[in-house]
Design a protein around this ligand. Structure first.
Ligand code: DC
Length: 222
Protein backbone atom coordinates (compact mmCIF):
# COMPACT_ATOMS: atom_id res chain seq x y z
CA UNK A 1 0.00 0.00 0.00
CA UNK A 2 1.39 3.35 -1.01
CA UNK A 3 1.22 5.85 1.87
CA UNK A 4 0.57 9.54 1.39
CA UNK A 5 4.25 10.38 1.17
CA UNK A 6 5.11 7.46 -1.14
CA UNK A 7 6.55 3.97 -0.88
CA UNK A 8 9.48 2.64 1.07
CA UNK A 9 12.03 1.07 -1.27
CA UNK A 10 14.97 -0.88 0.18
CA UNK A 11 18.28 -1.82 -1.43
CA UNK A 12 20.58 -4.21 0.41
CA UNK A 13 23.78 -5.85 -0.70
CA UNK A 14 27.52 -6.15 -0.11
CA UNK A 15 30.02 -3.26 -0.11
CA UNK A 16 30.81 -1.99 -3.59
CA UNK A 17 27.74 -3.43 -5.35
CA UNK A 18 26.68 0.07 -6.43
CA UNK A 19 23.92 0.53 -3.85
CA UNK A 20 24.50 4.19 -3.07
CA UNK A 21 24.76 5.23 -6.73
CA UNK A 22 21.60 3.28 -7.58
CA UNK A 23 19.72 4.49 -4.50
CA UNK A 24 20.63 8.11 -5.16
CA UNK A 25 19.58 7.91 -8.83
CA UNK A 26 16.40 5.98 -8.08
CA UNK A 27 15.38 8.45 -5.36
CA UNK A 28 15.87 11.32 -7.79
CA UNK A 29 13.79 9.63 -10.51
CA UNK A 30 10.97 8.92 -8.04
CA UNK A 31 11.17 12.28 -6.28
CA UNK A 32 11.92 10.39 -3.04
CA UNK A 33 14.42 10.96 -0.25
CA UNK A 34 17.60 8.88 -0.12
CA UNK A 35 18.50 7.23 3.19
CA UNK A 36 22.09 5.99 3.50
CA UNK A 37 21.90 3.72 6.57
CA UNK A 38 25.61 2.82 6.32
CA UNK A 39 26.45 6.49 6.90
CA UNK A 40 24.79 6.33 10.33
CA UNK A 41 27.06 3.41 11.37
CA UNK A 42 30.04 5.25 9.91
CA UNK A 43 29.31 8.31 12.06
CA UNK A 44 29.17 6.17 15.23
CA UNK A 45 32.44 4.48 14.21
CA UNK A 46 34.14 7.83 13.58
CA UNK A 47 33.03 9.19 16.94
CA UNK A 48 34.05 5.98 18.73
CA UNK A 49 37.53 6.24 17.19
CA UNK A 50 37.83 9.93 18.08
CA UNK A 51 36.51 9.41 21.62
CA UNK A 52 38.53 6.21 22.11
CA UNK A 53 35.37 4.35 23.07
CA UNK A 54 35.89 0.63 23.64
CA UNK A 55 34.06 -1.06 20.72
CA UNK A 56 33.31 -4.05 22.98
CA UNK A 57 31.65 -1.98 25.72
CA UNK A 58 27.91 -1.92 24.99
CA UNK A 59 27.11 0.55 27.78
CA UNK A 60 29.72 3.03 26.53
CA UNK A 61 28.43 2.58 22.97
CA UNK A 62 24.85 3.13 24.08
CA UNK A 63 25.95 6.35 25.83
CA UNK A 64 27.86 7.46 22.74
CA UNK A 65 24.84 6.90 20.45
CA UNK A 66 22.67 8.96 22.81
CA UNK A 67 25.08 11.90 22.49
CA UNK A 68 25.08 11.91 18.69
CA UNK A 69 22.58 13.89 16.67
CA UNK A 70 22.95 12.47 13.18
CA UNK A 71 21.30 14.40 10.35
CA UNK A 72 21.32 14.44 6.57
CA UNK A 73 21.30 17.76 4.79
CA UNK A 74 21.18 17.23 1.04
CA UNK A 75 24.37 15.35 0.19
CA UNK A 76 26.01 16.18 3.52
CA UNK A 77 26.08 14.16 6.72
CA UNK A 78 26.10 16.11 9.96
CA UNK A 79 26.88 14.98 13.50
CA UNK A 80 25.94 17.40 16.27
CA UNK A 81 25.97 20.13 13.65
CA UNK A 82 29.45 19.28 12.34
CA UNK A 83 29.95 18.21 8.69
CA UNK A 84 31.52 14.71 8.76
CA UNK A 85 30.71 13.73 5.14
CA UNK A 86 34.30 13.27 3.99
CA UNK A 87 35.74 11.84 7.19
CA UNK A 88 33.23 8.99 7.40
CA UNK A 89 34.37 7.77 3.94
CA UNK A 90 37.90 6.97 5.13
CA UNK A 91 38.76 3.28 4.76
CA UNK A 92 39.63 2.98 8.45
CA UNK A 93 36.15 4.25 9.36
CA UNK A 94 34.47 1.78 6.98
CA UNK A 95 36.22 -1.14 8.63
CA UNK A 96 35.41 0.19 12.12
CA UNK A 97 31.77 0.66 11.07
CA UNK A 98 31.59 -2.95 9.95
CA UNK A 99 32.83 -4.01 13.41
CA UNK A 100 30.83 -1.62 15.53
CA UNK A 101 27.62 -2.37 13.62
CA UNK A 102 27.80 -5.87 15.11
CA UNK A 103 26.99 -4.46 18.56
CA UNK A 104 23.38 -4.71 19.66
CA UNK A 105 23.45 -1.31 21.44
CA UNK A 106 24.53 0.44 18.25
CA UNK A 107 22.07 -1.43 16.01
CA UNK A 108 19.12 -0.67 18.25
CA UNK A 109 19.91 3.05 18.31
CA UNK A 110 20.56 3.26 14.56
CA UNK A 111 17.48 1.28 13.54
CA UNK A 112 15.34 3.61 15.64
CA UNK A 113 16.98 6.64 14.03
CA UNK A 114 16.60 5.20 10.51
CA UNK A 115 12.90 4.53 11.05
CA UNK A 116 12.43 8.08 12.29
CA UNK A 117 14.24 9.45 9.25
CA UNK A 118 11.99 7.44 6.91
CA UNK A 119 8.75 8.41 8.62
CA UNK A 120 6.00 9.24 6.15
CA UNK A 121 7.46 7.15 3.32
CA UNK A 122 8.76 8.33 -0.03
CA UNK A 123 12.19 6.94 0.77
CA UNK A 124 14.85 4.82 -0.93
CA UNK A 125 16.84 3.23 1.91
CA UNK A 126 20.12 1.46 1.30
CA UNK A 127 22.28 -0.77 3.52
CA UNK A 128 22.64 -4.37 4.71
CA UNK A 129 19.41 -5.02 6.64
CA UNK A 130 16.97 -2.39 5.37
CA UNK A 131 14.64 -4.98 3.80
CA UNK A 132 15.03 -7.62 6.51
CA UNK A 133 15.09 -5.70 9.81
CA UNK A 134 14.64 -1.94 9.48
CA UNK A 135 11.72 -1.87 7.05
CA UNK A 136 10.32 -5.40 6.75
CA UNK A 137 7.05 -3.79 5.63
CA UNK A 138 8.71 -2.01 2.67
CA UNK A 139 6.66 -2.28 -0.50
CA UNK A 140 9.62 -2.77 -2.87
CA UNK A 141 12.86 -4.55 -1.97
CA UNK A 142 16.05 -5.12 -3.93
CA UNK A 143 19.19 -7.13 -3.32
CA UNK A 144 21.99 -5.65 -5.38
CA UNK A 145 25.04 -7.82 -5.93
CA UNK A 146 28.18 -7.97 -8.10
CA UNK A 147 31.20 -10.28 -8.25
CA UNK A 148 33.92 -9.62 -5.66
CA UNK A 149 36.48 -8.72 -8.34
CA UNK A 150 34.14 -6.24 -10.03
CA UNK A 151 33.29 -4.63 -6.69
CA UNK A 152 36.99 -4.36 -5.87
CA UNK A 153 37.69 -2.80 -9.29
CA UNK A 154 34.98 -0.18 -8.68
CA UNK A 155 36.22 0.62 -5.19
CA UNK A 156 39.81 0.80 -6.46
CA UNK A 157 38.87 3.26 -9.25
CA UNK A 158 36.85 5.37 -6.81
CA UNK A 159 39.74 5.63 -4.34
CA UNK A 160 42.24 6.39 -7.12
CA UNK A 161 39.97 9.14 -8.41
CA UNK A 162 40.08 10.69 -4.96
CA UNK A 163 43.88 10.72 -5.26
CA UNK A 164 44.42 7.85 -2.77
CA UNK A 165 47.47 5.61 -3.21
CA UNK A 166 45.92 2.16 -2.96
CA UNK A 167 46.89 -1.36 -3.84
CA UNK A 168 44.29 -3.42 -5.75
CA UNK A 169 44.97 -6.64 -3.81
CA UNK A 170 44.53 -4.79 -0.53
CA UNK A 171 41.21 -3.31 -1.66
CA UNK A 172 40.02 -6.78 -2.71
CA UNK A 173 41.08 -8.36 0.57
CA UNK A 174 39.43 -5.62 2.60
CA UNK A 175 36.16 -6.05 0.73
CA UNK A 176 36.27 -9.79 1.18
CA UNK A 177 36.89 -9.36 4.93
CA UNK A 178 34.01 -6.92 5.17
CA UNK A 179 31.71 -9.32 3.24
CA UNK A 180 32.48 -12.03 5.78
CA UNK A 181 31.98 -9.72 8.74
CA UNK A 182 28.70 -8.30 7.44
CA UNK A 183 27.15 -11.62 6.45
CA UNK A 184 28.36 -13.90 9.23
CA UNK A 185 27.45 -11.69 12.19
CA UNK A 186 24.79 -12.79 14.63
CA UNK A 187 22.53 -9.72 14.57
CA UNK A 188 20.95 -8.52 11.32
CA UNK A 189 23.41 -10.25 8.96
CA UNK A 190 23.48 -9.27 5.31
CA UNK A 191 21.04 -11.51 3.51
CA UNK A 192 18.39 -11.36 0.85
CA UNK A 193 15.00 -10.32 2.25
CA UNK A 194 12.05 -12.52 1.30
CA UNK A 195 10.47 -10.98 -1.77
CA UNK A 196 13.55 -8.92 -2.66
CA UNK A 197 14.35 -8.75 -6.37
CA UNK A 198 17.93 -9.93 -6.95
CA UNK A 199 19.94 -7.80 -9.38
CA UNK A 200 23.48 -8.72 -10.39
CA UNK A 201 25.18 -5.48 -11.43
CA UNK A 202 28.48 -7.09 -12.51
CA UNK A 203 27.80 -6.38 -16.19
CA UNK A 204 25.29 -3.55 -15.83
CA UNK A 205 25.80 0.21 -15.89
CA UNK A 206 24.25 2.26 -13.05
CA UNK A 207 21.61 3.48 -15.54
CA UNK A 208 20.69 -0.10 -16.45
CA UNK A 209 20.38 -1.04 -12.78
CA UNK A 210 18.10 1.92 -12.11
CA UNK A 211 15.93 1.13 -15.15
CA UNK A 212 15.34 -2.39 -13.80
CA UNK A 213 14.50 -0.97 -10.42
CA UNK A 214 12.08 1.57 -11.87
CA UNK A 215 10.31 -1.19 -13.80
CA UNK A 216 9.88 -3.13 -10.59
CA UNK A 217 8.59 -0.08 -8.67
CA UNK A 218 6.06 0.56 -11.46
CA UNK A 219 5.02 -3.11 -11.45
CA UNK A 220 4.41 -3.03 -7.68
CA UNK A 221 2.52 0.24 -7.94
CA UNK A 222 0.22 -1.04 -10.67
O1 DC B 1 27.39 0.72 3.21
P1 DC B 1 28.64 1.19 3.96
O2 DC B 1 29.91 0.65 3.40
O3 DC B 1 28.68 2.67 4.12
O4 DC B 1 28.46 0.57 5.44
C1 DC B 1 29.48 0.59 6.40
C2 DC B 1 29.30 -0.56 7.37
O5 DC B 1 28.12 -0.36 8.16
C3 DC B 1 29.10 -1.93 6.71
O6 DC B 1 30.32 -2.63 6.56
C4 DC B 1 28.17 -2.66 7.65
C5 DC B 1 27.45 -1.59 8.39
N1 DC B 1 26.04 -1.48 7.97
C6 DC B 1 25.13 -2.27 8.61
O7 DC B 1 25.52 -3.08 9.46
N2 DC B 1 23.81 -2.18 8.34
C7 DC B 1 23.37 -1.31 7.41
N3 DC B 1 22.06 -1.23 7.16
C8 DC B 1 24.29 -0.49 6.71
C9 DC B 1 25.64 -0.62 7.01
Amino acid sequence: MEGKGGLIVTIDGPAGAGKSTAARMLAKRLGYRYLDTGATYRVVALKAIEGKVDPEDDEALRGLCRELRIEFSGERVLCNGEDVTDRIREQEVGMAASLISQRRAVREAMVELQRRLAAGGGVVAEGRDTGTVVFPQAEVKFYLDASLSERARRRFRELRKKGKEVDFTEVLEELSRRDRQDSEREIAPLKRAPGALYIDSTHLSPEEVVERMLQEVERRRA
